[in-house]
Design a protein around this ligand. Structure first.
Ligand SMILES: Cc1cc2nc3c(=O)[nH]c(=O)nc-3n(C[C@H](O)[C@H](O)[C@H](O)COP(=O)(O)O)c2cc1C
Length: 203
């Protein structure tokens, strides 16, 4: 085993920061937003997760003040779309840094579908999408209380879209949807195989 403090790694052994490779796999927050002026945006965020079930709340973290954060802050709404193996190229294209107002949906030739409650569109071919209302926007700080580059957006899920072809005997067939996960460096994983375990008694 080696040990190091994060700011002090041996760069001859680990020339590239291994941070994201160690927090693997991460679900991908493929976030669509609409500005108050009506501009539409979508981008992937792998600092993404669920943080509450009842009611459902999700979070993503923006490294700098990007369009997704700007639009979510303006309209207090966003949409999470599941990124899947079939949509991997499109997902990757939507991470392009386009100028404000240019839609990544058009750039990636991604079909949109309307939402029911929020104004932003969703990805038509994503098997699952969440319509979210912003609950909190929180700057990330270090132990000295200094603001870092990242900002967390927490959103309550107010509407859920599911492609019913993936519902089998009352359960969602996760492996059939082939969700993507982000690893480190240029790597991704795709969930195609799953296994189940029963909890221990009292677990
Ligand atoms: C799979 C993947 C995951 C990403 N995760 C994040 C993330 O968690 N936070 C972040 O700030 N940028 C992340 N990025 C980069 C953004 O997607 C990229 O900066 C994008 O241009 C932001 O778009 P926006 O300005 O339209 O919001 C990720 C990119 C990819 C391809």
């Amino acid at each position: 085993m080696i040990f190091f403090e994060p700011h002090n790694r041996d760069k001859t052994l680990l020339p590239h920061n291994p941070w994201t490779a160690m927090i693997s796999p991460r679900p991908i927050g493929w976030i669509s937003t609409r500005s108050s002026a009506g501009e539409v945006n979508i981008a992937p965020y792998s600092y993404f997760n669920a943080v509450s079930a009842i009611p459902p709340v999700v979070m993503f973290s923006s490294d700098g003040w990007k369009d997704t954060l700007t639009f979510a802050n303006e309209t207090r709404e966003f949409v999470w779309n599941m990124a899947t193996w079939d949509l991997r190229e499109e997902m990757n294209l939507t991470s392009a840094n386009l100028k404000r107002g240019a839609s990544e949906f058009d750039f990636a030739k991604l079909e949109t579908a309307p939402c029911q409650i929020v104004a932003a569109p969703r990805v038509a071919k994503s098997p699952v999408a969440f319509e979210c209302k912003v609950v909190d926007i929180i700057p990330v700080r270090d132990v000295k209380g200094r603001k870092l580059e990242n900002t967390i957006v927490l959103g309550q899920v107010v509407g859920i879209h599911i492609d019913e072809q993936y519902i089998r005997e009352g359960l969602l067939d996760t492996a059939a949807m082939k969700p993507l996960a982000r690893l480190g460096y240029r790597e991704y994983a795709v969930i195609e195989q799953v296994f189940a375990m029963d909890r221990p008694p009292g677990g």
